[in-house]
Design a protein around this ligand. Structure first.
Ligand SMILES: *[C@@H]1O[C@H](CO)[C@@H](O)[C@H](O)[C@H]1NC(C)=O
Ligand SMILES: *[C@@H]1O[C@H](CO)[C@@H](O)[C@H](O)[C@H]1NC(C)=O
Ligand SMILES: *[C@@H]1O[C@H](CO)[C@@H](O)[C@H](O)[C@H]1NC(C)=O
Ligand SMILES: *[C@@H]1O[C@H](CO)[C@@H](O)[C@H](O)[C@H]1NC(C)=O
Ligand SMILES: *[C@@H]1O[C@H](CO)[C@@H](O)[C@H](O)[C@H]1NC(C)=O
Ligand SMILES: *[C@@H]1O[C@H](CO)[C@@H](O)[C@H](O)[C@H]1NC(C)=O
Ligand SMILES: *[C@@H]1O[C@H](CO)[C@@H](O)[C@H](O)[C@H]1NC(C)=O
Ligand SMILES: *[C@@H]1O[C@H](CO)[C@@H](O)[C@H](O)[C@H]1NC(C)=O
Ligand SMILES: *[C@@H]1O[C@H](CO)[C@@H](O)[C@H](O)[C@H]1NC(C)=O
Ligand SMILES: *[C@@H]1O[C@H](CO)[C@@H](O)[C@H](O)[C@H]1NC(C)=O
Length: 884
């Protein structure tokens, strides 16, 4: 039993020593600066803050249960101010010490000089080195320092910021004072070799802080210099000393402009000298305070909470993030990057481990290739902004680096009215714009985004033919998924913006069932995963609370879509009467009766109609003949009198014209009737002409918001816009409200004879790009969108995509002018007596002429009858019909 226990204990000890890992932190020893006037708060010094943030990151990793080999990650802090070689020895000892856990990463060192010693060594054993303060441009050289990374921006960017600043003020020359260390010489090298064309150095001075001397006379050199602008490239302490010399030489306020690359320590100056410091400029990197700058505020808050929890003196923790030094923020992100890489290595079951050896250079990190690869690919929003080590065009670590131009200005101290303390005030900012890499999210919505997935072909044939046409005419745009390409208005729009704004991007395609409101949250706040959403996203007041919008790029409205054939309509029973109004039909009926009667009268005399028939029957036959004449135009009854022939001729003419009119009008009426939807606009929907449950609305969109606010809370809920069309066609819903551009495209290209738009468009809801709040490049983006609009580019994109139609134009009544057509059509749909009156009048004139003939033919009879009548005038009057 006891043997077993000993074994167990041994095993646990063995396991522990084998599996516990740690991250080594290198920090400078902080010596209390001798301050004469203000007691410098030790806890506010950046070294202290950096170490606290280092611990906070390790503790946070423990809280997130990021374990390597089942154990939490431990840490060791080495505090030293020794030179590079001595520091290398310390690191070596830690690695070879068998009693401490394996070292899987080093955070540090503080200076670029020391990084030159440690960098090649850790590269040899495969250990990553992530620095938070070493800025020298040489360290970007991956062949000498393959495992070196940093979270602070490289001096290359500082030099670029300074050159941009000079350009801004139209300065072209400067005198340069540098500290005699790696940092200073690195700066001199950058300005004189990389930016010689933009900024020419007239005089240079080298300051040695050890001996507190310049290599030449300060005053003389500056006075003989042709430039009155002095650039001081030196570290914090050297900068302070240089400015002290300058002040005491009386050069500060005499026509010189002073620009330093580090803030100076005011406590090293006499209080009466403070006032003289005003006006000194400083260019230093700064980090944002919100997610707009790539800062993960949640992570930042958690880090500060842990820091507060860990520290013994709760008051020593800064209340505001702005009171935390840059170095501390960069330290946290350096540790967090290592932790992220370890997390990924563990996830892939290949955690790195140290093959320990007593000889320093024989140590070897197993699995370091994958681990370093994970580190290289690490990309996250940290407390100092977006951290990213791999970049397409440059080796710099951070994305969208920002530099601020600060100016020293006197500020009233809070407690004492008299004394003014100098303060740094930010007056200008510079963003690294050249290397913006945007994560753009799109969602399928024809014609804005047409998604082509080469691995699946499950779309309906309509879409496929269109896609074929589109892909033959346009270039596909790649997305993060190699199998998926996009086409459409948005793809071309992004290309145009890229041409003008010079950014790079990755397109992500959202799942088509994602609700538009939830899309918006993907660029909002801390959970921001993308830099912009570009599709048919409408600007709404609710969304404006969460995100910002660019200038609109398309003026969209809402429209209603319905089926072309609402029902197999029962009303069509009488629709054949529709071409004429009722008075025309009455007139036709009257004409038939009338012509029958007169034909009967004309033909009576010739006995064509047997006398034996009763009169009523004869009249009926006459009517029958008249009817035949009008409709068939081929009466086989033989007409004998000129008058009836003339009448029949008139009837023919009338019939021909009426039938031609009727036929033409009926066909046009039926066509129109087929194209005429059963609701005529949004008012019909508001008035409840359709049951609300048969109106399809895509939920969680700007349209559903509008619908709920203005019409009803009841609707048939759809998940995607593309779902609308099949639901309409299978009679699940009768109408739907959607973006006009999307609907017009669908109706004009996919559902030519099946669906139609009705009514006029209503509610303008312009499309814009959804951006994170306070996005840095918003102004630039807005300006470029406006420029595209002004140059007509946007309009030509609209013509190419949105106004494209594949249907033959006759078959679709859906263009935006259709509402106007309908108004006209309604008037011309039926013919009233006003229009056709002339025709009938002509006929009556013809019959009048026929009467004239009749009277002429019968003149003998009439005259005889007249005479007989005159003779019998005295006889009692006898009713006697005039018969011819
Ligand atoms: C490792 O962590 C444990 C607990 O967190 C702590 O007690 C121990 O001292 C640490 N070891 C080292 C070497 O830092
Ligand atoms: C190894 O580390 C332990 C604890 O940090 C220390 O006490 C010991 O002296 C170190 N051993 C060597 C050989 O440096
Ligand atoms: C600044 O540079 C000098 C050498 O020029 C060096 O001695 C000093 O330690 C540096 N200070 C800091 C804070 O790095
Ligand atoms: C420096 O000058 C060159 C040539 O005039 C120019 O192409 C380049 O953009 C300038 N660099 C900066 C950072 O302004
Ligand atoms: C500082 O400024 C004051 C007022 O302008 C001036 O009298 C004084 O000489 C200056 N001190 C130095 C050291 O230049
Ligand atoms: C960020 O800083 C700006 C000015 O520097 C300030 O107006 C803004 O309120 C700050 N935002 C947050 C969230 O602290
Ligand atoms: C911000 O940090 C929190 C906590 O670590 C994390 O859950 C969240 O995913 C991070 N957000 C982003 C956008 O990285
Ligand atoms: C602070 O520490 C206490 C006790 O150690 C713990 O219960 C609490 O969750 C911690 N809070 C934070 C924010 O870390
Ligand atoms: C660690 O990796 C897992 C799996 O990928 C992930 O869910 C988790 O968020 C990661 N932890 C941190 C702190 O990033
Ligand atoms: C560990 O190192 C020793 C020599 O120092 C070597 O013999 C052994 O093969 C190494 N183990 C692995 C797994 O590489």
């Amino acid at each position: 039993m006891s043997h077993f226990l000993i074994l167990l204990v041994c095993f646990i000890l063995f396991r522990d020593s084998l599996n516990t890992v740690q991250i080594l932190g290198l920090f400078p020893e902080y010596h209390h600066a001798p301050s004469q006037y203000l007691e410098a708060d030790q806890s506010s010094h950046w070294t202290t803050q950096s170490m606290e943030m280092f611990r906070a990151a390790i503790t946070l990793a423990d809280r997130y249960k990021i374990y390597v080999g089942g154990n939490p990650i431990n840490y060791t802090i080495l505090q030293t101010n020794s030179n590079g070689f001595a520091e290398l020895e310390l690191v070596c000892r830690s690695i070879t010490n068998t009693t401490v856990p394996d070292i899987l990463g080093v955070v540090g060192p503080t200076t670029s000089t020391n990084a030159r010693y440690i960098g090649p060594f850790v590269a040899r054993i495969g250990l990553p080195l992530v620095s938070y303060t070493a800025t020298h441009a040489d360290l970007d050289d991956k062949s000498n320092y393959p495992t070196f990374y940093r979270t602070i921006p490289s001096d290359i960017l500082l030099a670029e910021a300074i050159v941009k600043l000079f350009k801004y003020f139209s300065w072209e020359t400067c005198s340069m004072i540098i500290g005699n260390d790696d940092y200073g010489y690195g700066g001199l090298k950058l300005i004189s070799e990389v930016y010689y064309a933009n900024l020419s150095i007239r005089e240079r001075l080298i300051f040695d802080p050890q001996s507190d001397k310049y290599q030449a006379d300060l005053k003389q050199t500056l006075e003989k210099s042709q430039s009155r602008i002095v650039l001081v490239w030196a570290n914090h302490s050297s900068c302070t000393k240089i400015i002290q010399h300058v002040l005491r030489a009386g050069l500060l306020r005499r026509n010189y402009v002073w620009i330093t690359t580090n803030k100076i320590d005011f406590n090293m100056f006499e209080q009466n000298e403070w006032f003289n410091l005003s006006g000194i400029l400083t260019v230093v990197p700064f980090i944002g305070n919100s997610s707009a700058f790539g800062v993960n505020e949640t992570l930042q808050k958690e880090a500060f909470d842990v820091w507060r929890n860990l520290s013994h003196n709760k008051n020593s923790v800064p209340k505001l993030a702005s009171a935390v030094s840059l170095e501390a923020m960069y330290t946290f992100d350096a540790v967090w990057a290592l932790i992220q890489a370890l997390n990924k290595s563990v996830l892939h079951n290949k955690p790195p481990s140290m093959n320990k050896s007593l000889a320093c250079f024989d140590n070897f990190l197993q699995n370091h290739d994958e681990y370093l690869n994970h580190l290289k690919m690490t990309r996250f929003y940290g407390v100092s902004g977006n951290v990213q080590f791999s970049k397409a065009n440059s080796d710099d670590c951070t994305h969208g680096v920002m530099y601020g131009l600060y100016n020293i200005q006197p500020m009233m101290l809070k407690n004492s009215e008299e004394t003014q303390k100098p303060t740094y005030i930010k007056v200008l900012t510079w963003y690294e714009t050249t290397s913006q890499h945007l994560q753009i999210l799109v969602i399928e919505a024809h014609p804005f985004v047409i998604v082509h997935n080469s691995s699946t072909d499950n779309q309906s044939s309509n879409y496929d033919t269109n896609l074929e046409q589109v892909s033959s005419r346009f270039d596909p745009m790649k997305t993060n998924d190699p199998k998926i390409f996009i086409y459409g208005f948005v793809a071309d729009f992004i290309r145009e913006l890229e041409r003008h704004m010079h950014f790079t991007y990755t397109i992500h395609v959202a799942d088509p069932t994602t609700a538009y409101h939830s899309l918006i949250t993907l660029v909002a706040g801390d959970n921001r995963q993308y830099d912009m959403i570009l599709s048919n996203i409408a600007m709404t007041s609710d969304r404006m609370l969460k995100v910002d919008f660019s200038t609109p790029f398309y003026d969209n409205t809402f429209r209603i879509i319905t089926r072309l054939n609402p029902y197999s309509s029962p009303l069509s029973l009488f629709s054949c009467f529709n071409p004429f109004t009722w008075d025309v039909w009455v007139a036709i009926f009257v004409v038939i009766i009338y012509s029958s009667i007169i034909i009967y009268i004309f033909e009576y005399q010739n006995g064509n109609i047997e006398n034996s028939q009763p009169e009523l029957k004869a009249i009926c036959t006459g009517i029958f003949h008249g009817l035949i004449s009008i409709l068939i135009m081929n009466g086989d009854i033989r007409l004998t009198t000129t008058s009836s022939r003339l009448t029949i001729l008139g009837l023919y003419a009338l019939g021909v014209i009426l039938i031609a009119t009727y036929t033409a009008n009926l066909s046009s009426f039926l066509t129109l009737h087929r194209g005429k939807p059963f609701i005529s606009g949004i008012d019909d929907i508001k008035n409840g002409l359709l049951p609300f449950s048969r109106i399809g609305i895509v939920s969680n969109t700007s349209i559903s918001d509008y619908y709920i606010r203005n019409i009803s809370t009841k609707y048939y809920s759809l998940t995607t816009v593309a779902d609308t069309y099949p639901r309409l066609l299978d009679y699940t819903i009768d109408a739907s409200i959607c973006d006009s551009s999307v609907l017009e495209y669908a109706v004009n290209n996919y559902y030519c004879d099946e669906l139609t738009l009705t009514g006029v468009s209503f509610v303008k809801s312009p499309f814009a790009i959804a951006l994170p709040k306070d996005w840095l490049y918003k102004t630039d983006l807005d300006r470029n969108i406006l420029a595209l609009r002004e140059s007509g580019k946007l309009e030509s994109l609209e013509n190419t995509w949105i106004n494209h139609r594949a249907c033959s134009s006759s078959s679709s009544s859906s263009s935006s002018s259709s509402s106007l057509d309908q108004v006209n059509d309604q008037n011309s749909g039926t013919f009233s007596l006003n229009v056709l009156g002339g025709l009938f009048l002509t006929f009556f004139i013809i019959t009048a002429i026929a009467f004239g003939f009749h009277l002429w033919n019968c003149r003998v009879v009439i005259i005889n009858t007249f005479h007989q009548t005159m003779k019998r005038i005295k006889l009692p009057i006898r009713l006697m019909p005039i018969r011819c």
